[in-house]
Design a protein around this ligand. Structure first.
Ligand code: DGL
Length: 284
């Protein structure tokens, strides 16, 4: 192999880490891997401590930082917090306070800004709805970010605190599950009936998209974040060739979970669309 080719591949050692409180981030990873099948990925789901959505700021920050450190130890150069709750509560502190001394050349990105940069232009009525966890909704992150990128868009939010437990426990197809989901959607439209774009601002929710599509009024677009985040990652890597050149081209995926690997593999494979073989780890 010519020396320049050898050096090119040897230099490329970094992986992309994707972190979520549980299964949800797989809905983001799926789209990223679809767009960039050539990179090496490490997925970490903190299933044992999910849901994050109703936990305090301090706990979410602590858990997320543990996850990011673990992913750095696995050789990740770039970590995506594929969890809105972690992005809303922990991203800024990790970027500004922890990263400079922990790993100044590594990067941690979130999923909120990549989503808000696109949403406003998709609405005809100028009225959008945000569905998220209590943590995400109470943080007002979507309202704040949308005011920057699309100041004329009106935003209505609805917290859906039971949706993640319904998904993690595989209960969303039950009659009670469907009733809960329908009633949270009704609460959103009761705030404003002209909403024509709904953002599934929790990475778990795309699992419910077929059901949500069947429950919203005709003409309402229900958006999953995966394709938006994957496209924004493409922009990011184009703008940051120094990062792109550090990414390994091994086309591999390693999954870790803080729950039992049998539990993870069974449900995660269904969400991801192909068999996954996770290793159980403990975060401290
Ligand atoms: N999937 C995460 C999100 O995007 C949080 C789910 C949870 O653990 O509450 O907000």
């Amino acid at each position: 192999m010519p020396l320049f080719l050898y050096l090119y591949f040897v230099e490329r050692k970094g992986k992309i880490g994707v972190f979520d409180s549980g299964f949800g981030g797989l809905t983001i990873l799926r789209d990223i891997v679809h767009l960039f099948p050539m990179y090496e990925y490490v997925y970490l789901g903190d299933n044992a401590r999910a849901p994050y959505g109703n936990k305090s700021f301090d706990l979410i920050y602590e858990y997320t930082l543990e996850g990011v450190k673990y992913l750095f130890e696995q050789g990740c150069e770039l970590v995506i917090l594929a969890c809105n709750t972690a992005s809303a509560k922990a991203l800024r502190t990790i970027q500004q306070r922890d990263l400079p001394h922990l790993a100044p050349n590594k990067r941690v990105l979130g999923v909120i800004r990549p989503s808000t940069e696109e949403i406003g232009s998709l609405s005809r009525t100028g009225v959008v709805g945000i569905l998220g966890t209590e943590g995400t909704v109470n943080s007002n992150s979507y309202v704040i970010e949308l005011a920057k990128s699309s100041p004329n868009t009106k935003v209505y939010q609805q917290a859906c605190p039971l949706w993640v437990p319904l998904i993690e426990e595989q209960q969303y197809h039950s009659p009670a599950g469907e009733l809960i989901i329908a009633s949270d959607l009704k609460r959103l439209f009761d705030q404003n009936a002209t909403i024509d774009v709904i953002v599934l601002a929790c990475t778990h929710y795309p699992i419910l998209k077929p059901l949500i599509d069947s429950l919203v009024p005709p003409g309402v677009t229900v958006l999953s974040q995966g394709p938006l985040v994957a496209e924004k990652l493409k922009d990011y890597l184009n703008r940051h060739p120094e990062m792109e050149h550090r990414l390994a081209l091994g086309a591999k995926l390693q999954c870790y979970t803080t729950e039992s690997s049998d539990y993870f593999n069974e449900h995660a494979s269904e969400i991801f669309g192909q068999a996954l073989n996770a290793e159980q780890i403990q975060l401290t």
